[in-house]
Every structure is written in structure tokens, then in C-alpha cells.
Design a protein around this ligand. Structure first.
Ligand code: SAM
Length: 214
């Protein structure tokens, strides 16, 4: 007799959401299912992203924006290094959970959608951190998401972009989400006055780590 392992909740929810042409609805469903103990959020580590922790510089009060802030670990890392941080996520349950995890935090955790961001964020941030969020939406949404991302960066600021690198993945057998990035797609953050500063692969070629400025 053959047995099949059921798909994890994140895959089941993502599939249903994407079939409704809703690229982001499944994130909040997954976070709420996890709070009920019925699912695991696969990207939850309980600590900041190690590459961001290795990169982090003193903020000296400058403004940072963390895209897809999830449960808040990367936002808190930047805050601890002196940045004035806004962390945003499309999932209200994640934003509430981040606030509850860090009740003394000075981070401004807000619910917002990268595909339709608040107008006052235009050119407003000295540091913009995008780690593995845009790759979690289908490719059709990528150009709009990258344009939004570039728009947040203030003159003289730094944007960090880290995504799974398509060039080193077995794409023939890949199950999305996420949808890995090509090098030119990462480079395309350089638009509307934004310039590429560096682009490298990290984690044995598995991810890109790129920095930009305006
Ligand atoms: C794969 S997780 C990555 C989380 C975190 N950046 C990390 O590196 O662990 C993607 C996160 O982005 C959020 N997200 C997805 N699409 C978004 C959008 N359009 N606007 C804002 N947040 C979004 C999800 O709710 C989720 O918390």
C-alpha cells in the first residue's frame, strides 16, 4: 500500500488563495491557523535573519522600513541598532503578534500592502529591507512590487534585497511558492533613480543579497 504525506497547511492555503487570484490572502489565514496550533509558519525562526544580523549598521535615528515584517524579529534587530523602524505586513494577525511579542518596542508595526502602499512612504526611508517577501507572490505581481520597493528609498539611503536565486535551483522540480528570482529581476530594483551598489550570492549560491542606493 502506498501512503502519501498530506501537504502542509501553508501549501494548501496558498493553493486556494492563488486559485481565487488573491496573491496574499493566505498569509493571514496561515498566521491565524498557527495561533490556533493548526499550522506551522515555515519562515518563523524566533530570531533575526542571520544575513541581516551580519550586515547591520548603526542607525543613529535614521528611518528604516522592513517589508513583510512577520513576527518582528528583523524590525527589532534594526531598532536595537538605533534605527527608527516601521515594519509592515499584509497579514493583520502577524502585525498584532509582533506587537504582542514586543510590548515595549518602539517599532511602528503597521498593516499595509506592498502592492498598494501609503503615499507618505515615497522616498521616506534611509534603509529599506526586503527579505523573501516579493518572491512569495506570483511573478505577475513582481513588477508592481519592485516599483513600490524602489519608491520607498530616500536619497542617499540603502535598500537591501534578498531572494532565493533561481540560477542555482532545480527549477524543473520546483514547487512554488516561493517563486525564485533571476539576476536581472533583482537588478530591476534599480529604477526611478535607484542604482545597484552590489549583488552577490550567499548561502552557497541559494540566495541573492543585493544593495541599492538613490
Ligand atoms: C515568506 S514570509 C517572509 C517573512 C520575513 N521577511 C522573513 O524573511 O522571514 C513573507 C511575509 O511577507 C508578508 N507579505 C506577503 N505579501 C505581502 C504584501 N503584498 N505586502 C506586505 N506584506 C506581504 C507575509 O504576510 C509574510 O509575513
Amino acid at each position: 500500500m502506498t501512503t502519501t504525506t498530506p501537504d502542509p497547511a501553508d501549501r494548501v492555503l496558498a493553493r486556494a488563495s492563488l486559485a481565487r487570484n488573491d496573491p496574499t490572502g493566505w498569509f493571514d489565514q496561515l498566521y491565524t491557523a498557527a495561533e490556533r496550533g493548526e499550522a506551522e509558519v515555515p519562515w518563523t525562526r524566533g530570531k533575526p535573519n542571520a544575513d541581516l544580523a551580519a550586515w547591520v549598521r548603526p542607525g543613529a535615528g535614521r528611518r528604516a522600513l522592513v517589508v513583510g515584517s512577520a513576527l518582528g524579529d528583523d524590525s527589532e534587530l534594526l531598532s536595537a541598532h538605533g534605527w527608527t523602524v516601521t515594519g509592515f505586513d499584509v497579514a493583520p494577525t502577524a502585525v498584532a503578534a509582533a506587537r504582542a511579542r514586543f510590548p515595549e518596542s518602539t517599532v511602528d508595526y503597521v498593516v499595509a500592502d506592498l502592492l498598494n502602499p501609503p503615499g507618505e512612504w515615497h522616498h521616506a526611508f534611509d534603509l529599506v529591507v526586503e527579505i523573501m517577501n516579493i518572491q512569495a507572490m506570483p511573478r505577475d505581481f513582481r513588477p508592481a512590487a519592485l516599483t513600490s520597493l524602489a519608491s520607498f528609498l530616500a536619497p542617499g539611503g540603502t535598500a537591501i534585497v534578498s531572494e532565493v536565486a533561481e540560477e542555482n535551483m532545480d527549477m524543473a522540480n520546483w514547487q512554488s511558492p516561493p517563486w525564485p528570482f533571476s539576476r536581472p529581476e533583482v537588478e530591476s530594483v534599480a529604477q526611478d533613480g535607484v542604482r545597484l551598489v552590489s549583488l552577490q550570492t550567499i548561502r552557497a549560491g541559494a540566495r541573492y543579497w543585493a544593495t541599492f542606493t538613490r
